[in-house]
Structure formats: C-alpha cells, structure tokens
Design a protein around this ligand. Structure first.
Ligand code: NAD
Length: 342
C-alpha cells in the first residue's frame, strides 16, 4: 500500500460469533483496513467487542451506522433473513460488501443484491470460505488440469453437533423465520457451492431434508443427489447432530480419484481401480493439511479483491447459484420429487 493511500474504513453489521472469530480479527490484522464501527442490537455483544477489539463506535441500528460513518467496506454477519436488506443498504451507501453465506433467503432478494452491486459499481462477495481452504483449492486445480480425467461423481460431507449451543450467540439458527432453513442451508450451501465450483452447473436436485434428532423446527440432517450439466452425479450429506465422520470432498474421474479428507489430507489415486487390478493403483499425498486458509485468509483475500489484486469469484452470482440449488433441494424434499433447474 502506498504511503499516501487512506486506510479502508470498515463497518460490521451483526457482532456475533462469525464477526468476532473472523471479520473483526481479519480486518484488524491487515494494515489496509480499520473497523471503525459496528451495528448490533444486543448490548452484551457491545461489551464483548470492546473487550476483544478495543473501542469501536457501536450502534444498535445499522441504518444509523451507515448514515453517520463514512464507510468504504461493510461486512454482513447477521442472521440469514437480514442479509439482503443489510447488503442493499450498504451498497446504496457506496460501500463494498462482504456478506456471509447464504447470500439471502430468496432468489428475488439475491437478484436485488446483485442489481444493487451493479448499480453502485461496488463489489459484493459471499463468504464461501471453503473455497479458501488449501485442500478444495488443490482439488479443483487438479480437476481442471485433468489429472483424474473426466469427473463423473462428487461426494461432499460436512457435519458437526450444530451451531447452538456452542457456536452462535443465540438460537436464531433454529428459527425458520430468521434462518429460512436448517443444516441444509447452513452447511449444505458450502457443499453446494463447492460442487458448482468444481464440476459446473447443476441441472437437477433430489433431496431429503429432515429433522431427525434435535427438537427444532428446521432440518438437522439432509441428503442431496445432484445431476450436473456435464453428466456427472453428485451426493451431499450434511448434519447438525453428529461427529464430522468423513469431512471433505471426494471426486471420482475416469483416470483417477481425489480424496480431500479435511482431517487426513488430500490424496490422489491414479491407475485403474477395477477388481483384481489393484496392483496398478498408486496413491499420492498432495497435501497433509487441507484446511489451511479459510477464515484466516478471508479478509486478506477480500481486501486483495477490492485492491484489484485478486479476481472476485465468490460473487453475488455464485451466491445466487448456490441458493437456487438449496431452495430446489427444499422443494424436492417437501414434494418428494426431483426438481429440474434451468
Ligand atoms: N462462512 C462461514 O463458515 C460461517 C460460519 C458461521 C456463520 N456464518 C454466517 O454468519 C451469519 C451470522 O452467524 P453467527 O454464527 O455469527 O450467528 P450469531 O448468532 O453468533 O451472530 C449473529 C449476530 O447478529 C445479531 N443481529 C441479529 N439481528 C440483527 C440486526 N437486525 N442487525 C444487526 N445485528 C443483528 C445478533 O444479535 C448476533 O449477535 C449467518 O448468516 C451464518 O450463516 C458463516
């Protein structure tokens, strides 16, 4: 950064878990930015922010923050249903916007956000942080380099014990009006985005999103079957009620296999795997720590995009595409039918 360039003035809307674990520290760590304000209705969060990140102007309403502070960048870390309203207001106020996933809760809202970004000529990025992990990055690179031939199957599984209690600052994740979905929207949206990013457009989805273990009014486990434009098939499994088990991405191709196991590493298997010919199979470890990156580098990546050093790929459109598949999955789950996408 040149000595004369001003520091980006950042505002954060929603000062809960992801704001405190990723956004506040990320901007603080980077010399190019300074968080000068945040908006958060809950008073305890104001105390936490002060204790953890020093004195920063706190507002209870984001509209007052946008009116009073001359901000360059806004991070949106509120419950899902508020993303669109917050993002559109921040874009209209002339700010670049980093919005947490999912982009919004309806496609209409996602479209309005994309239109607001275009109109204001500001950047809109969605926090698809799995794309910033070394393992998924290398997996995609190897797919693109045709190291496994033509991919015909992708399998992704993400699971943990659920966001609340333990992670989130309150139980909004389990409120359909605020979250608009359960484990499938929360964790599935990351998996769907990775599937789209790695294998391209999805043409149909068949899903089961169910509440099996927790007494909550949203789904706590879900399965998705996908068909890609390329002809490949996909399988996504997410849950809020278990150990992760296998966590990561498996991609099977005509000439090899990529297993990106978040706990064990990224491996490439080359050769033929047909019965009785196992001798020709070779396994190679490509990365022993595939979960390096992610939240730790998200804000640097975002500031690099604003500075024109990196391309914006986790765009509003990427957010919309993933949301379209997630909403189709809920429709499929409800009706018991396969949903075709345009
Ligand atoms: N990228 C990731 O991997 C990742 C991880 C966790 C959460 N998230 C996303 O981040 C968002 C926030 O999740 P969280 O885990 O931090 O939840 P959280 O409950 O810990 O934090 C949300 C905060 O928003 C505040 N809030 C509620 N309504 C508000 C409003 N109208 N204006 C301003 N603030 C408001 C709440 O008081 C709370 O402090 C969600 O969209 C979630 O999907 C993303």
């Amino acid at each position: 950064m040149s000595a004369t360039r001003k520091t980006y003035r950042v505002g954060i809307i929603g000062a809960g878990a992801i704001a405190q674990e990723c956004h506040f520290p990320g901007y603080k760590k980077d010399r190019r930015s300074k968080v000068v304000a945040f908006a958060e209705p809950t008073i305890e969060r104001h105390t936490e922010v002060k204790e953890r990140f020093g004195k920063i102007n706190g507002y209870s309403n984001y509209k007052d923050m946008l009116k009073n502070e001359a901000l360059d960048i806004v991070s949106i870390c509120t419950p899902n249903v508020f993303h669109a309203e917050n993002a559109i207001a921040a874009l209209n106020a002339g700010c670049h916007v980093l919005c947490e996933k999912p982009i919004a809760t309806t496609l209409k809202d996602a479209d309005k956000m994309i239109a607001a970004a275009k109109k204001s000529r500001k950047k809109l990025m969605i926090g698809f942080t799995h794309r910033l992990l070394k393992g998924p990055q290398k997996t995609r690179q190897f797919i693109q380099e045709k190291k496994i031939g033509k991919p015909f199957m992708i399998r992704i599984r993400f699971a943990h014990g659920g966001p609340y209690p333990g992670w989130a600052k309150n139980s909004w994740f389990y409120n359909p009006k605020l979250a608009a979905g359960g484990a499938m929207l929360d964790m599935g949206i990351h998996a769907i985005d990775l599937a789209l990013w790695m294998l391209g457009s999805i043409t149909s989805v068949n899903a089961m999103a169910r509440t099996i273990v927790k007494r909550i009014p949203v789904d706590d486990n879900a399965l998705l079957q996908l068909e890609f434009k390329s002809g490949a098939l996909g399988y996504i499994e997410v849950g809020w009620t278990s150990q992760p088990g296998f966590s990561g991405v498996e991609v099977y191709g005509t000439k090899g296999t990529l297993i990106c196991d978040y706990a064990k590493g990224l491996q490439l298997c080359e050769g033929t795997a047909s019965a009785g010919k196992d001798g020709s199979v070779k396994w190679k470890t490509l990365d022993k720590a595939p979960t390096r990156g992610g939240w730790d580098i998200e804000i640097k990546h975002w500031l690099d995009i604003i500075d024109g050093k990196e391309k914006l790929t986790m765009s509003g459109l990427a957010g919309r595409n993933a949301l379209e598949v997630a909403l189709a999955a809920y429709a499929s789950s409800k009706d018991g039918k396969t949903v075709r996408l345009g």
